[in-house]
Design a protein around this ligand. Structure first.
Ligand code: GYE
Length: 327
C-alpha cells in the first residue's frame, strides 16, 4: 500500500483500539470491535463521484467490523439536507455524529445544537470554517492545499524547459467546498510563481462526470488553444476526456490532463495515456473514523487534526498498481 498514516497517528490509533477492546466501554457486550453500544449518525455529501462511492463503502464496512451501529444518510450535495440529518441524529440521541460537510460555511448553529445536546461531532473528509473549534472533536481527512500544490508542481516540472505561455483550463469541485477552495489555492500558489502559466478559464463541474463533460465542451468552444486541463477530481477529468475526444482532439497529447483522487477509472485513463498525472486522495477513511469515534464517545483525547498521507501517480506508476487498486 502506498498510503500510510503518519507513524505518530498510527501509534495513537493502535493504542486506542486496543484500549477500546479492553472492555471499559460502559457495559459493551463486545462483538465486532468492542463498539456494539455505540450508534453513529453519519451524513454523507452524496454519491457524486467514484471517490464518494468508495468512501461510503469504507464507512459502512468499517462500522460493521467495529461493531458500531450506523445511521447513514445521503444529502445529495445539499447543505440543507445535511443540516436536517444532523438535527434528526440529535433528536434520536445518537452517541456520535460524523459528517462530511458539502461546503465550508454555515454550520455553527447546528453544531452548537449538537454541542448543547452533548453529542460529539467528528468532521470527516471535508472541513468547516467555524471559528469555534470546540464545536467538533477532530477533523479526519486529506490536506487539499497540499494536493493542489502537487498538481502545480507536476505542471511546473513538465514545462520547465519551455518559455511559451501555457494555457490552462480548470474544472473546479463543488463551489464553496473545502476541496475546491484548497485545491485551487494550492495549485495557484505554485504556478503563480511563473507568469507563463495562465488560467484562461475556470468553472465548477460539481465533482461529477456529466458536468465535467458539459463545462469542458464550453471551454473548448470558446478557447481554441488549451494546453492543459486541471480537474479537481478524476470524474470531471473523465467527463472532459469525452468532450475533448468529441471535439476531435487527443487527450494526453493535444491537451494534457492533471486530476486528483486516483480512483480506478482515473488510474485506467492514466495508464492509457489519456490523463498525464494524478494526485492521490484516499477515500478509505472508515477504519480511522471508527477508532476516533470509539475514543470520543469514551471522552478520551484525540488529535485535533488527523491527516491522511497520500502519494502521486505517473502513467508508468499507474500501469504497475492498476490491477491491485481497491476502488
Ligand atoms: O476528491 C471528489 C469528491 O471531498 C475529497 O469529493 C472529497 C472529494 C473528492 O466528490 O471526488
Amino acid at each position: 500500500m502506498l498510503k500510510r498514516i503518519s507513524a505518530l497517528v498510527l501509534a495513537g490509533l493502535t493504542a486506542m483500539s486496543v484500549s477500546a477492546c479492553g472492555g471499559s466501554s460502559g457495559g459493551s457486550s463486545g462483538g465486532g470491535g468492542g463498539g456494539s453500544s455505540i450508534t453513529m449518525g453519519f451524513s454523507q455529501v452524496g454519491a457524486e463521484s467514484g471517490w464518494r462511492t468508495a468512501n461510503t463503502k469504507s464507512v459502512q464496512d468499517s462500522a460493521k467490523s467495529a461493531g458500531i451501529t450506523l445511521k447513514f444518510s445521503d444529502a445529495q450535495q445539499k447543505q440543507e439536507n445535511q443540516i436536517k440529518a444532523i438535527r434528526s441524529y440529535i433528536q434520536q440521541k445518537v452517541d456520535v455524529i460524523a459528517f462530511s460537510p458539502v461546503v465550508e460555511s454555515g454550520w455553527d448553529t447546528v453544531l452548537k445544537e449538537a454541542k448543547n445536546a452533548k453529542i460529539p461531532v467528528i468532521l470527516t473528509d471535508r472541513a468547516v470554517d467555524s471559528k469555534d473549534t470546540s464545536l467538533y472533536k477532530t477533523f479526519l481527512g486529506s490536506d487539499f492545499v497540499e494536493e493542489g500544490k502537487k498538481a502545480g508542481q507536476w505542471l511546473v516540472n513538465e514545462y520547465k524547459d519551455g518559455k511559451d505561455p501555457v494555457n490552462i483550463v480548470e474544472l473546479q469541485g463543488t463551489t464553496g467546498s473545502a476541496p475546491a477552495n484548497d485545491r485551487k489555492s494550492g495549485f495557484q500558489e505554485v504556478i503563480g510563481a511563473d507568469p507563463k502559466f495562465k488560467i484562461i478559464a475556470s468553472q465548477t463541474g460539481d465533482f461529477t462526470r456529466a458536468k465535467g463533460k458539459e463545462v469542458m465542451e464550453a471551454f473548448l468552444k470558446s478557447n481554441p488553444d488549451i494546453d492543459v486541463l486541471y480537474a479537481h477530481n478524476d470524474d470531471m477529468g473523465l467527463g472532459a476526456i469525452e468532450a475533448i475526444e468529441g471535439a476531435g482532439k487527443v487527450p494526453g497529447k493535444d491537451i494534457k490532463i492533471v486530476t486528483v483522487d486516483a480512483v480506478k477509472d482515473g488510474m485506467q485513463a492514466l495508464a492509457d495515456g489519456k490523463i498525464s498525472f494524478i494526485v492521490e486522495c484516499s477515500p478509505l477513511l472508515g477504519p480511522q473514523l471508527m477508532d476516533l469515534a470509539k475514543k470520543v464517545v469514551k471522552g478520551e483525547q484525540v488529535p485535533a487534526r488527523v491527516v491522511t498521507e497520500e502519494t502521486t501517480f505517473t502513467q508508468e506508476q499507474a500501469k504497475q498498481v492498476l490491477s491491485s487498486r481497491q476502488y
